[in-house]
Design a protein. Structure first.
Length: 373
């Protein structure tokens, strides 16, 4: 049997930084101290007007490919975990597949909100373990900022935008050791963006359009999140036959520092083994865990042989956890040729994409002529 091993990683955040004082300056009834003390967040990155989720996903994916020293065409499957896709259809993953030159790879989106990336890791692992795929690009990318009501102090201070990616590849040694995922749709209304789907239609059809702002019952999500993050982590720790003291790094979803600390305490983990960067990014939804993985690697917190537990929760309500044995070497620096090669490859992919569109157009014209004749 094959295992799924993390072989590459990458992240991207947009360039606009919003610090807590900006909310006070824009007249929101809040304070820097409230936001920092109740959430642990000090700043977040927000997308520009012309930056779609796929734009961020492609940049994170390119970094991951270069870390794994792989070409886009070696990827069999692209999974993008997102609840803020570019369009209702096609999938964001298909757009990413084309731009990365992952020629012919399967491509699909997964929506499990903030839990999406760990869900996607789980699905990708299944594909590799069953022998259906060899190399899978798993991306978590979200820009929840475009669904925020900037007058709602309960929600707008919490979220940031970004993308993170890993390459999972088939290997003879683990890898992903165990995983779990679950959901409880009775809590669907606790955290929701009601509009934009089939329940409330924006084009009329006799139904009232719903608002497309994110709404949340913060205290209820908070209570549920600490319980679920703990039980999901306990499940994967037990099914990997690990003891809590054998966990080298715990990487929880970065939503609120108080949730992270409460979960770590329930699990009995040494605070030094708990990774947090919510202070600098806010809650980046599906991107939060892969961004945290990249930062933990950058900070030298992950070594070959380490046992790492990832847990996440989100709208749905949904949750997922994974236990990983880290096996990929962490290179000191990349070859200087990698960015050059990648820029060449993405240009080739863009040209190929244009040629295919032209080919389809010509095919349609020829078909029409033949029909007329
Ligand atoms: N500034 C000042 N006061 C505020 C703010 C703010 N930004 N936000 C809320 N308050 C007020 C409330 O209105 C309330 O006032 P009241 O007592 O007069 O009614 C008071 O502060 C306390 O409000 P609570 O909601 O009880 O505050 P709490 O300590 O629970 O913190 C928070 C709120 C930060 C939202 C917390 O509940 C939380 O983090 N919940 C979980 C959120 C989360 O993790 N979401 C996951 C998203 S995952 C995904 O799928 C997208």
């Amino acid at each position: 049997m094959k295992y799924a091993q993390i072989a590459g990683w990458g992240m991207y955040v947009p360039s606009t930084v919003i610090t807590n004082d900006a909310f006070v300056r824009m007249g929101l009834d809040t304070s820097e101290d409230w936001i920092t003390s109740r959430t642990g967040i000090e700043q977040r990155f927000l997308v520009g007007l012309d930056e779609a989720t796929s734009d961020m996903a492609v940049k994170a994916g390119l970094h991951a490919l270069s870390m794994a020293e792989m070409h886009g065409r070696e990827i069999d499957l692209v999974i993008v975990a997102t609840c803020t896709p570019d369009h209702v259809m096609p999938s964001t993953a298909a757009i990413v597949q084309n731009r990365l030159g992952a020629d012919g790879a399967g491509a699909l989106d997964i929506n499990a909100a903030c839990a999406g990336f760990v869900y996607a890791l789980n699905m990708a692992t299944g594909q590799i373990e069953s022998g259906r795929a060899t190399n899978v690009l798993v991306i978590g990318a979200d820009e929840l900022s475009i669904y925020l009501n900037w007058k709602d102090r309960n929600t707008c201070i919490l979220f940031g935008d970004g993308a993170g990616a890993v390459i999972l590849k088939a290997s003879d040694e683990p890898g992903i050791m165990s995983s779990t995922m679950g959901s409880d749709g009775s809590g669907a209304g606790l955290l929701t963006i009601p509009g934009g789907g089939s329940r409330f239609r924006t084009n009329g059809n006799g139904r009232k359009p719903a608002n497309s702002y994110l709404t949340m019952n913060g205290p209820q999500v908070f209570r549920w999140a600490t319980q679920m993050m703990t039980s999901a982590a306990e499940r994967v720790i037990a099914s990997s036959s690990l003891k809590p003291e054998e966990i080298d790094l715990f990487i929880p979803h970065q939503a609120n520092l108080r949730i992270i600390e409460a979960t770590a305490k329930r699990l009995g983990l040494d605070p030094e083994k708990v990774f947090a960067n919510v202070d600098r990014y806010g809650n980046t939804s599906a991107a939060s865990i892969p961004i945290a993985i990249c930062e933990a690697l950058d900070q030298g917190l992950i070594h070959v042989g380490d046992n790492i537990v990832l847990t996440s929760f989100g709208a749905g309500l949904s949750w997922a956890a994974v236990a990983v044995r880290w096996t990929a070497p962490v290179p000191e620096r990349r070859s200087p040729w990698v960015p050059f090669r990648q820029s060449l490859e993405t240009r080739v992919a863009a040209v190929r994409s244009v040629l295919r569109r032209q080919q389809r157009r010509v095919g349609t014209v020829i078909d029409e002529r033949l029909r007329r004749d």
